[in-house]
Design a protein around this ligand. Structure first.
Ligand SMILES: Cc1cc2nc3c(=O)[nH]c(=O)nc-3n(C[C@H](O)[C@H](O)[C@H](O)COP(=O)(O)O)c2cc1C
Length: 190
């Protein structure tokens, strides 16, 4: 068999087995979960990645086309969040309508959600079947942002997970909360 043909057949076999693996991981009653999140400094992203592993979830990171870097990014980010301003996002790659649960991951900015998350939720909410939230903050508690998200998503969250900086640093509490959250979500649809 010539070398090019052999390479072609091997590549075909590998890509088919990848597809089978992907499909089978979502079968057997397992919920399809998408975590769409915004993270400026990595705290929310860390939680998102750990939850995604436990739920076998897909993830989508929102990219704000407006720079939020540095002190000016902080100041104007806070102002935009308080003013409920929207922003321009890079195109998303996953269709929220294909998932049983959308988990929205967000930091708290000046008591509100950042423009990137607001923009995504307002433009995509019609596709959400169930919503849950992952929220991180320095110390602010999550009640207000949970209520705001419920309002703009048009649904009450089935669960939410919140970390302040102190709990993010405490490995034992961190793991306990992540496991409790993912176990609750696994019960949905059973
Ligand atoms: C513009 C801005 C405003 C913030 N406002 C608050 C706030 O009101 N309350 C609070 O507890 N933390 C506030 N924080 C801290 C972040 O919520 C916290 O560090 C969060 O974990 C950051 O998540 P990230 O690393 O995923 O971006 C603010 C951070 C930024 C950048």
């Amino acid at each position: 068999m010539n070398k090019t043909l052999l390479t072609f057949i091997l590549a075909g076999t590998l890509s088919v087995s990848n597809v089978v693996a992907e499909q089978s991981s979502k079968q057997g009653g397992e919920l399809k979960v998408l975590i769409t999140y915004y993270s400026r400094t990595g705290n929310t992203e860390r939680v998102v990645n750990d939850v995604a592993k436990l739920l076998n979830a897909d993830t989508e990171k929102l990219v704000d086309k407006k720079s939020r870097k540095g002190i000016l990014g902080f100041i104007f980010g806070g102002r935009d969040a308080v003013s409920k301003n929207k922003t321009v996002l890079a195109p998303v790659t996953k269709d929220a309508g294909n998932y049983d649960i959308i988990i929205l991951g967000t930091p708290i900015w000046a008591g509100n959600m950042p423009p990137a998350l607001r923009t995504y939720v307002e433009s995509t909410k019609g596709k959400f079947k169930n919503v849950a939230y992952i929220i991180t903050s320095g110390s602010s508690t999550p009640e207000k942002i949970v209520a705001d998200l419920d309002t703009i998503a048009g649904k009450k969250a089935v669960e939410f997970l919140w970390f302040d900086h102190a709990t993010l640093m405490n490995k034992e509490q961190y793991n306990k909360k992540i496991i409790a959250f993912t176990e609750q979500l696994k019960k949905i649809g059973k």
